[in-house]
Write a protein that binds this ligand. Structure first.
Ligand code: AHR
Length: 661
């Protein structure tokens, strides 16, 4: 075999390493052997408001508890200097909570009472502080009504440690009717943990509500929009779909706390705040100040899907609260409102603007349909109760919208009784797409690269909807986004890709976590109030997603798929858009390995590209201090007559790309 040595390129050391190489592995890539289409949805993202992913994260609101609706304590997040914040209610503390006569979405506002002109202060602490950047401007919004006396002005300041002022603005209050006021404040320093202080000029009583602060510089510059750096990280993944809003958050710990999309659309001041189900889920990571403002609601999720070029994939409650919690069930003969929610959601997304829900979408600024194609029934339910409910949901949705593709679930585990039962029943019902979840060890991921090799090609399609290698145990707070987890996922993904005929959608979970506000780890993207980075797992996802191709082709070693022989894993695709052949090889061993690749079936151009993602140690991670420790490096590579031989580095993911002639 003629072997063309790899061309060495600047910045990429292809000369390796102290370890002894094992024998050469020959790979045959048959460019003409198209096995299946790679669905554009193959690599997507799963979004859930866990770990401060929405409020305190993607949703760029900087004020925590902006409308005084946190049920456990309506003053959570608000500080009254020199006083116990719980004294707000006793009137001597100056501020008190008042209920609107009739406003079901937003029940509370604050009445600030200023007895003298010493400058009463009210401070919002933000979500573990507020991230402000020097020179950047922030839009302040508030609703106010003078109640008595004459409080004429509200001064607003960013403050840092020792109350140092880091930017200021003011609002002149002119009316005793509820009036919306806006102002802009520019930060004179960068700080991750600023606060916002309000002081009042004059004496009397003033009512305040919906006190909001957003960066001017949001994603696409939208007012009251999303955090730009976080959306950019999602955008860079080129996701094929966006699954929302979860996750267990769909189900709720109780039915009353399930996700109800209708309460998340329309004017944000009318969206009913709800305690976040992750608030007290883990006693080792209690987050009592975690609520859902629903400023990021279903309209915004659809809009985000559109921005990302991703298919929207909403998942709805099927009348079952989380079975790990209360497991509350809606009786079968009382399911109608739940089913109606699903039917109405389709109208909200796709209906003409003459329909009631299409009209609301139009009023919210989107006259065109969102072109919803998929809808999920239940998140992670199991057992006969789920199957019974799935059946009636499925029938009702198909009766009205026969083309809607329904996503069902196989429960929380990738094997065992719940899984077996769910899969069997769903197959009998000709389910279209089944969502599988696997939170397992890195070894499991490597060993399961063949998981779908024997799946029925005529059976339901698979949505690998939630997965992540757990370095310690499921949801252990000690879990790390380390390199072993990431490359093990890469090995597994070659198996997903090789089975693209059945596996049509895949997503890592959870997606995002705040450095201080998290409940569950590992997570794909970490952020704090100023910074964000993609983990090694993110880099793996990105590598596969941005090289997904359009058609699966065969790559074999000694006539077999490469699924762990010599600890190597491989998959290959062609891309009809770019006219490329793309071969992915994962070396999970601690040794460099020689691989001889033979690209046959079609001629390819001599020069190509090799992208390598690697790190030396299993426990290596990206971090706030070193976000680019594990990132792909691209080099030029050459073949001769379709043949090349390369040294794969230990613990590496390599992507070979050549243009087809
Ligand atoms: O991703 C975290 C949680 O794991 C999801 O909410 C749930 O679906 C799964 O159990």
């Amino acid at each position: 075999m003629i072997q063309q040595r790899l061309t060495k390129a600047i910045g990429l050391s292809l000369m390796l390493n102290a370890f002894l190489a094992v024998g050469q592995t020959d790979l045959e890539v048959d460019i003409n052997n198209k096995i299946a289409e790679i669905q554009p949805t193959m690599y997507g993202v799963f979004f859930e408001d866990i770990n401060f992913a929405a409020d305190g994260g993607l949703y760029a609101e900087m004020i925590k508890n902006r409308s005084f609706e946190f049920t456990v304590d309506p003053f959570l997040g608000w500080i009254q200097p020199n006083s116990d914040r719980h004294s707000f209610n006793n009137n001597s503390g100056i501020g008190s909570i008042v209920k609107y006569a009739d406003n079901p979405g937003n029940t509370n506002f604050i009445r600030v009472k200023v007895n003298n002109d010493q400058g009463y202060q009210l401070i919002n602490e933000g979500f573990r502080g507020m991230g402000i950047k020097e020179g950047e401007s922030y839009n302040l919004y508030l609703s106010a009504a003078k109640h008595s006396g004459n409080i004429s002005k509200i001064n607003v300041q960013f403050i840092g440690e020792n109350n140092v002022v880091l930017g200021e603005t003011s609002v002149d209050v002119t009316s005793s009717d509820w009036t919306d006021y806006t102002a802009q404040i520019t930060a004179n320093k960068t700080l991750a943990k600023a606060k916002l202080k309000f002081t009042f000029e004059g004496t009397g009583e003033i009512d305040l509500d919906m006190i909001s602060l957003f960066p001017v510089d949001t994603w696409k510059g939208r007012e009251k929009g999303l955090r730009k750096d976080l959306v950019q990280l999602l955008y860079d993944l080129d996701p094929g779909f966006l699954r929302f809003p979860g996750g267990c958050i769909v189900e709720g710990r109780t039915l009353a706390r399930r996700y109800q999309w209708k309460k998340t659309v329309g004017p944000i001041e009318n969206r009913e705040v709800l305690v976040n189900r992750w608030n007290t889920e883990f006693s080792h990571r209690l987050t009592p100040d975690y609520y859902q403002s629903f400023g990021l609601g279903f309209f915004e999720y659809f809009q985000l899907s559109e921005d990302l070029g991703a298919e929207p994939l909403p998942i709805l409650s099927c009348g079952m609260a989380c079975q790990f919690n209360s497991g509350e069930l809606v009786p079968m003969d009382e399911l109608d409102p739940y089913i109606q929610d699903a039917i109405d959601l389709i109208e909200f997304a796709n209906g003409s603007i003459d329909t009631p829900w299409g009209k609301l979408r139009n009023e919210m600024g989107h006259s065109e349909p969102f072109n919803l194609k998929y809808i999920g029934v239940g998140n992670e339910q199991w057992g006969p109760d789920y199957i019974d409910r799935y059946k009636v949901f499925g029938q009702a949705i198909k009766a009205k919208y026969p083309d809607m593709i329904i996503v069902s679930g196989s429960g929380p585990f990738p094997d065992g009784d719940y899984f077996e039962y769910g899969m069997e029943e769903l197959k009998k019902l000709n389910a279209e797409i089944i969502d599988e979840h696997y939170y397992r060890s890195p070894e499991w991921f490597r060993e399961n690269a063949t998981r779908y090799d024997s799946y029925d090609r005529k059976g339901p399609k698979i949505f690998a909807g939630e997965y992540a290698a757990q370095s310690v145990a499921i949801a252990s707070p000690e879990n790390k986004n380390n390199w072993e987890c990431a490359f093990s996922e890469a090995a597994f993904i070659t198996g997903l890709e090789r089975n693209a005929e059945v596996v049509n959608l895949t997503s890592y979970a959870p997606l995002m976590a705040h450095e201080e506000g998290w409940q569950w780890t590992p997570d794909m993207i970490w952020f704090n109030n100023l910074q964000s980075y993609g983990t090694a797992n993110y880099q793996v996802q990105k590598l596969f997603s941005t090289n997904r191709g359009t058609d699966l082709i065969s790559v074999t070693s000694a006539g077999k798929d490469l699924t762990g022989q010599n600890e190597l894993y491989a998959s290959a695709v062609t891309d009809s858009g770019t006219n490329e052949v793309i071969v992915k090889v994962v070396n999970t061993s601690n040794q460099s390995q020689e691989v001889a690749i033979n690209l046959k079936g079609k001629k390819v151009y001599k020069k190509g590209e090799l992208i390598v993602l690697k790190s030396e140690h299993l426990e290596d991670e990206n971090s706030f201090e070193n976000p680019d420790k594990i990132v792909p490096v691209t080099a030029e590579i050459q073949n001769r007559g379709g043949k090349l031989s390369v040294e794969l580095q230990p613990y590496s993911v390599s992507v070979f790309k050549f243009k087809i002639r």
